[in-house]
Ligand binder design. Structure first.
Ligand code: FUB
Length: 307
């Protein structure tokens, strides 16, 4: 299943590792992946595009969970979290991430607030990576009222949590403006002031990971979206922009990535609109390709594969 082809521009092509090829989930439309490595498994958490055929807007009611031991066969677990689990919210199960911390699993979600205009960040918690999850706060962690940096109602979306070497968790999130804040070790309260990160042409979908002493901040840039990234020696920056990781995701305007290492290999998890000819921006599908680093820590371009 595996072939690799590097060209002069330092790109990697033809990375194939799944029995059924990309997209990896074909019985449902899946979007906004996040991935968690835990106990020799990868847990893949996704959004769920349910718009009727031909409807050009997001219809997203719940989040999905899959696991794999080999990155080839993915097992779906019963839908572990939905908008209904947040009594204060009213809809829109947008991008999310699950993080393992102090023997609990915290699911940070983007969701529309029922009383406050705009999108918010909520948190659910479970003792198991597959749930059941329950609302950890009973209200939003971040609302549109707290961050008035833009005129848009969807600027408080796309949470990603990174735990630094000293155990300190950080929440990054945003659209147009990239915010971050320290979290208390209970994961459900802020521990200090909200700050912003200045990276070029930030649209949304931040993801923070660390490898070989470098911190990586990848994000969706421009619109239609590509995934770009910056590197730093410190979680608080300064972040140095390093370029594009992958191009516009075919016929999907959005792109949304997770980056993990598992069993000695690095993976780029993302979505595109490639499941059906008429799929596209509101009928997205999660894909996975290998990710390769250069000796200086920079990331080689991912060329999306369908194999
Ligand atoms: O899926 C809804 C929104 O589209 C997500 O929150 C963004 O990252 C973009 O993928």
């Amino acid at each position: 299943f595996f072939a690799q082809n590097m060209n002069a521009q330092n790109t990697v092509k033809d990375t194939v590792f799944k029995a059924n090829g990309n997209p990896i989930i074909t019985h449902k439309y899946t979007a906004d992946p996040s991935a968690l490595v835990y106990n020799n498994k990868v847990y893949l958490y996704t959004g769920h595009d349910e718009a009727a055929k031909g409807k050009n807007s997001y219809v997203m009611h719940d989040w999905l969970c899959f696991s794999t031991t080999d990155m080839q066969t993915f097992t779906e677990h019963p839908s572990p979290l939905s908008v209904k689990d947040f009594a204060w919210a009213k809809g829109d199960a947008w991008a999310s991430q699950v993080i393992h911390y102090n023997n609990k699993f915290y699911w940070f979600v983007s969701i529309s607030h029922g009383a406050i205009h705009g999108k918010s960040i909520g948190v659910a918690v479970s003792d198991s990576p597959t749930g059941p999850f329950k609302d950890a706060i009973g209200s939003a962690l971040i609302t549109n009222d707290m961050t008035k940096g833009t005129n848009i109602s969807w600027d408080d979306i796309d949470p990603t949590v990174f735990v630094d070497k000293d155990g300190q968790p950080y929440l990054f999130w945003g659209n147009t403006i990239l915010n971050y804040v320290k979290l208390k070790k209970n994961m459900i309260e802020m521990d200090g002031p909200m700050q912003t990160v200045n990276v070029p042409k930030f649209t949304e979908a931040p993801w923070v990971h660390q490898k070989n002493g470098w911190y990586y901040l990848s994000y969706a840039t421009e619109f239609p979206e590509k995934i770009a990234y910056a590197m730093s020696r410190n979680i608080n920056g300064p972040w140095e922009y390093k370029g594009i990781i992958n191009e516009i995701a075919g016929n999907s305007n959005t792109n949304h990535q997770a980056i993990i290492d598992f069993k000695g290999k690095s993976y780029f998890v993302y979505h595109n609109g490639a499941l059906a000819a008429d799929a596209g921006s509101f009928h997205r599908s999660v894909c996975i390709d290998y990710l390769y680093y250069n000796k200086d820590g920079t990331i080689k371009r991912v060329i999306m594969t369908s194999e």
